[in-house]
Design a protein around this ligand. Sequence first.
Ligand SMILES: Nc1nc2c(c(=O)[nH]1)N[C@H]1C(S)=C(S)[C@@H](COP(=O)(O)O)O[C@H]1N2
Ligand SMILES: [Mo]
Length: 322
Amino acid sequence: MAHVIVRPPWHLPESAITPESVYHRRREFLRALGFVGGGLAVGLPALSQAAPQAGSSPKGPAFNPGSRNPEHNPTLRLSDESVAIGYNNYYEFSTTKTRVRELVGKFRTDPWTIDVGGLCEKPMKLGLPDLLAGFPQEERVYRFRCVEAWSMVVPWNGFPLAELITRAKPKPEARFVAFTTVLRPEEMPGIARMPDYPWPYTEGLRLDEAMHPLSFVATGIYGKALPKQNGAPVRLVVPWKYGYKSIKSIVRIEFTSKQPSTLWETLNPREYPFESNVDPQVPHPRWSQATERVVDTGERIPTLYLNGYAPLVGKLYPNRKV
Ligand SMILES: Nc1nc2c(c(=O)[nH]1)N[C@H]1C(S)=C(S)[C@@H](COP(=O)(O)O)O[C@H]1N2
Ligand SMILES: [Mo]
């Protein structure tokens, strides 16, 4: 009962928050986000100078972006980097997307350790250098679809989650993988504002979903180490599921036999069920999922089943009911 008392402004469709007209021109959109001051008409290069990032990249081992894997969406137009790193859902800091990067200053992301354990033969503790040097790095362009009905196209740097899982050697009883975000209320001002949330942020996948070659461990974005607001130093990216499955700033990966609980499913299982595949035919209880707003252009486009990844991952869901 504790977790349903608060009714914060979570997960409203974008159209409910901001008038459509704001999105019709990019410059106006960026102004709405606070990227443009004083009504000056400035171009994008000037914009990024005008908006230095409070959430800069973490210090630490040399970041290696790898080279772009041409198999993934080679023809998609990338979203503006300034939007991807300035329009963030990270509730540990703020529920206001444009505020997150202003509030990450105290968050320490170096040193960092991921504890891999549970039902596996080779539990491990992995530091960021282990992740950067111990796995084959590459860049992948992925569609990214938030449950709130907006989307981006983002180049992530990192490696397939399957590489890490294989190394941990899950036991035969392992059927799920549970992920946990770091819990540091002293550095994360949003936590105290939402005391009824079941922190830390948790997420999970079936083991076969986690082993799918599309499931990605990201340490970078746009060829640079992840900014704190995007989940530094390491996060998950599951491009065929709603964005909240792509958990940020991971400290624990655990193999389990039972389906793990997740923050969003605990808060509201009807709206945020464990599976949470992108599906235009399954509306959110409070809004349609048939279309999505491309965040940087304002264009509205149809949403694709499994976010366009059905040819690759559709066979994981033979019993889809629509
Ligand atoms: N720990 C944590 N991970 C999180 C979230 C969060 O609030 N906390 N928000 C999720 C949601 S709703 C989305 S849409 C994406 C946003 O990722 P981005 O800010 O890099 O675009 O992160 C996901 N991962
Ligand atoms: Mo989201």
